[in-house]
Every structure is written in structure tokens, then in C-alpha cells.
Design a binder for this molecule. Structure first.
Ligand SMILES: [Zn+2]
Length: 480
């Protein structure tokens, strides 16, 4: 009996395909492991994985998709997106979202669909807070990876939170004075994070916004204990740091990834070109192969929220629930703009927008360009929503971050790598993700236009294939 079964499996290798196996026929494959697009390919998907890629005719399948004239790419990975955050409100535990439970609910329902709408099939959330289960329990959602945050009662971001509810989102509070392996020691907290199933640890290197320095950071001894413990359980450390001194501190703590671009040049803020102190940091990043996430949309989001009609953007109407868009127009929703106005001493909105959209973005671009010219792999990471700005909306922000890479000088091939294989390699999931190859998880995009001809092709998605299941793009919009 066993022999007969084995024989038939060998004779008809695809006779045992699941009913929902999918064939994408006559498609052009665009994937970073190929030097050139592969035309007229047939891609067979079964049980959520790619099982065959061939130019030969495939006759056995469940469902056939005509790929003629279309382009098949890996799904996009955004390695810095906060799914607990509601644009314009905060982390879902903040007073504004508590006051509007209906808006919060409708937003969280749409959010995973909006990511998929823009082709984001994997998300890494460096600070998930408490509200990520709505995301992973949605019918369709990008594959989800998370870090957990280590902070303490006297360091950022805990120290900045004013109310108990906001503070409650920090589960892993370290006691720097605790003895080795004692309760809430570095060793204890890292082990707890590993046990929670997280993929990484996030530490904030932030002593104050802009040029301020009012908050303490972890002592070098604590940072060393975290690093040694994290290495034992094979968890990479992601560092929030966007100023020169903070990135220096993060590098001396031997972190694995810096999760923000360096747009804050401190005392060199008036320099036109990259000063030596900054290029020294960048060389350190290159030599030690530290991952780098530009997160230019943080800055763009802060600038764009000060523009008068940003809430009317035509893209928003496809991915943001209408009641939330209406709320953005109310006086109450202007609270964050008010905070920015106060921060800039009542400067006109247009000038505040300019500080971000021209000044700091320009600095970030120079840094990206420097690293890219040295062939340092850039990671697609938007930090959606980046702040309580409602100018950043899920999925769209990831696409805009890809456009920002082109502005910073990346080629379309380099953007493709940043969005797919670079992130997969950085987080050691390249056996499952990052290219269109046999054996990998079938998270794929069928595009109407060639993404190596224009960046806008990433907005021409026809079908999203998520764990082997095709989803027509239009069914993911709020208008469905
Ligand atoms: Zn972030």
C-alpha cells in the first residue's frame, strides 16, 4: 500500500494539490535575486507556499490567474509600523481614542486591510503596546512580527506619559539596580520578552526632542547586561535614535538596528553637507553592518499635518473610514497641530511645514544617500504613523516611504530590495520571505505596471496573494 502511494506521488507530483492551489500563468517575475525580469513564467502555489516556477505548461491546479502582461513581485515588508496607533489619536489607550470608541473600532477594523491594499504583506511592529490582537485576529492581515520595549520609570518613553492608562502599555519595566537575574533585572526582562514570542527588543535612546536633553538614558552597564542577555536568546536589539549623540550612544551599546534616520544634526544643524562627526557614525554603521531604517515619513507626517487640506487627500478616502476623516476636520482633532504650534513658538503653519518638509527631510536624504552609495542595505521602514499626525495613514505611508527613497537617490532596483529582501535578511526570515522562489511563503503582488520602470507601479496592484490566497485589491478599500 505504502509503495503504491509513493509511486503515484512520484508519477503525478502535483496530483495531490490542495483544491485552493493557485497557478499564476505567463507572468513576468520581478525579484531581487534575479538580475533581470523573468518573462513568461508559470508560478504554482500550494498550501500557502510557492511549489513550482517554470516556463513549461502547468496543467494541474485549483484556480488559474492570467498573469499575461503583469508583474509578480514579493509582498512588501514594512519593518517599522505601529499597529496599535491610530493616526491623529495616539496609541489607542490615549484619552482621545478612549473618548471615541466607535471611531477607534472602525479604524482598527480597516487598518490591516489598508496595509494589504498597498501590498504590505509583512509588518514588524517595534512597539506593539497592548492593542495588537485586533490586528492578528482580523480575517486577512499581513504576517505580524513584533519587538517588545524595554524602558524604566525614569526613561523615555515611559517618563513622558502622563496618565496610568498610557503608562499601562509598558509591560517590560526594568529595574537598573536589580541584582543579576533578580526580579526585573536586565536578564529577567530579556528572558520574559523571549518567552512572549517577540522577534526583537526595542530600546529608546532619547534624552529629549529636538536639541533638548531632559531625560536620562540607560547606564552603559545596564545596556551591556541587556546586550549580553539578548545575545543568549538570539533577539536583535532595535534602537530608537534620531540625533547624532543618541545614535553614537546606541552604537556603543552594540545595537543591531537603528530604527530612525539621522535628521537631527545637533550642533551641525546649519551644515550643508555631512560633517565629519556624522560621517564617522555612518562609517561605523557600514563597517559593523548595523541595520538602518530611514523613516522619512515621520518627518513628512509632521510637516504635512500643518498643510490646510491634507485630510482631503484622495488616497485617504480609499483606506480611511469616513467617520474618522470627518473627525479630522473637527476642532478637537487639531490638538496635535496645536502642540506643534506651541513647540514652534507660534510660527505660521506654512513655515512649520517647511522646517520638516525641506530642512530635516533634506538632512535625512543626505544620510540615506551616503549609506546607499556605500552599498549599505537600506531597510523599508515607515514608522507609521510616526507621531499623532493624521497625515500618515496605514499602507499608504509605506508606499510614500518608498517614494521618499527615490527622492533620496535610490534606484528602483534598490527600492525593490529595501522593500523585500533587505528586511527579510535583516530579520533572518529570508527562507520564508523576500524573493519569488520555490519553497517560500506565497506572499506576492500581481502588478499591472513594471516596478522597475516607475515607483508608481507599486500603486498599480491588481491582486495581493496572502499566504497563497488571492485577494482582489479593490475589495480591501473602505468603499467595499
Ligand atoms: Zn516607531
Amino acid at each position: 500500500m505504502f509503495k503504491v502511494l509513493l509511486f503515484s506521488v512520484l508519477l503525478f507530483p502535483f496530483a495531490l494539490l490542495a483544491k485552493d492551489s493557485v497557478l499564476i500563468e505567463d507572468v513576468t517575475i520581478i525579484s531581487s535575486h534575479h538580475h533581470e525580469p523573468q518573462q513568461h513564467m508559470n508560478v504554482l502555489i500550494d498550501n500557502g507556499r510557492i511549489v513550482n516556477i517554470t516556463r513549461n505548461k502547468v496543467t494541474s491546479y485549483g484556480l488559474k490567474i492570467n498573469g499575461s502582461g503583469k508583474f509578480l513581485t514579493p509582498g512588501i515588508m514594512d519593518s517599522h509600523a505601529h499597529v496599535s496607533s491610530i493616526p491623529g489619536m495616539g496609541f489607542g489607550v490615549d484619552p482621545m481614542s478612549v473618548k471615541h470608541p466607535k471611531l477607534t473600532k472602525s479604524y482598527f477594523k480597516q487598518q490591516p486591510r489598508s496595509f494589504l491594499y498597498y501590498g504590505v504583506t509583512q509588518v514588524l511592529d517595534p512597539n506593539p503596546g497592548l492593542n495588537w490582537h485586533h490586528f492578528t485576529s482580523a480575517e486577512n492581515h499581513p504576517d505580524y512580527f513584533r519587538c517588545e520595549v524595554i524602558t524604566s520609570t525614569h526613561t523615555f518613553p515611559y517618563v513622558e506619559k502622563q496618565d496610568d492608562k498610557s503608562r499601562s502599555m509598558f509591560t517590560y519595566l526594568i529595574d537598573e539596580k536589580a541584582p543579576r537575574n533578580g526580579a526585573n533585572s536586565a536578564e529577567d526582562i530579556v528572558q520574559k520578552i523571549a518567552n512572549s514570542g517577540a522577534s526583537c527588543i526595542k530600546i529608546y535612546f532619547e534624552d529629549g526632542y529636538g536639541n533638548a536633553s531632559q531625560w536620562p538614558t540607560f547606564s552603559p552597564k545596564t545596556l551591556d547586561r541587556i546586550k549580553v542577555s539578548a545575545k543568549k536568546v538570539k533577539l536583535p536589539i532595535l534602537a530608537h535614535a534620531n540625533a547624532l549623540d543618541m545614535q553614537q550612544l546606541a552604537l556603543s551599546a552594540r545595537v543591531d538596528v537603528i530604527v530612525h534616520g539621522m535628521w537631527n544634526w545637533g550642533e551641525h544643524s546649519h551644515a550643508k553637507d555631512i560633517p565629519a562627526q556624522i560621517s564617522n557614525v555612518l562609517e561605523n554603521i557600514i563597517v559593523n553592518k548595523i541595520g538602518y531604517m530611514p523613516t522619512q515619513r515621520v518627518i513628512a507626517g509632521l510637516g504635512e499635518v500643518m498643510l490646510p487640506n491634507i485630510g482631503d487627500s484622495p488616497e485617504f478616502s480609499l483606506i480611511t473610514p469616513k467617520p474618522l476623516l470627518n473627525w479630522y476636520k473637527t476642532p478637537e482633532a487639531q490638538w496635535f497641530k496645536e502642540e506643534l504650534r506651541i513647540g514652534f513658538d507660534g510660527m505660521p503653519d506654512k513655515s512649520i511645514a517647511g522646517v520638516f518638509l525641506y530642512g530635516r527631510i533634506g538632512k535625512g536624504n543626505k544620510v540615506i544617500n551616503y549609506l546607499n552609495k556605500s552599498k549599505h542595505p537600506i531597510l523599508l521602514a515607515s514608522d507609521f504613523p510616526g507621531s499623532p499626525s493624521f497625515a500618515n495613514q496605514p499602507g499608504l505611508t509605506t508606499y510614500q516611504e518608498m517614494k521618499a527613497m527615490v527622492d533620496a537617490g535610490l534606484t528602483l532596483n534598490e527600492v525593490l530590495a529595501a522593500a523585500t529582501i533587505n528586511n527579510a535578511k535583516q530579520f533572518k526570515i529570508q527562507d520564508d520571505y523576500g524573493t519569488v522562489e520555490v519553497g517560500k511563503i506565497a506572499n506576492l503582488l500581481l502588478l499591472k505596471k513594471n516596478p522597475l520602470s516607475s515607483i508608481e507601479a507599486w500603486d498599480s496592484i491588481d491582486t495581493i496573494i496572502l499566504n497563497g490566497q488571492p485577494i482582489a485589491r479593490h475589495t480591501l478599500s473602505v468603499k467595499q
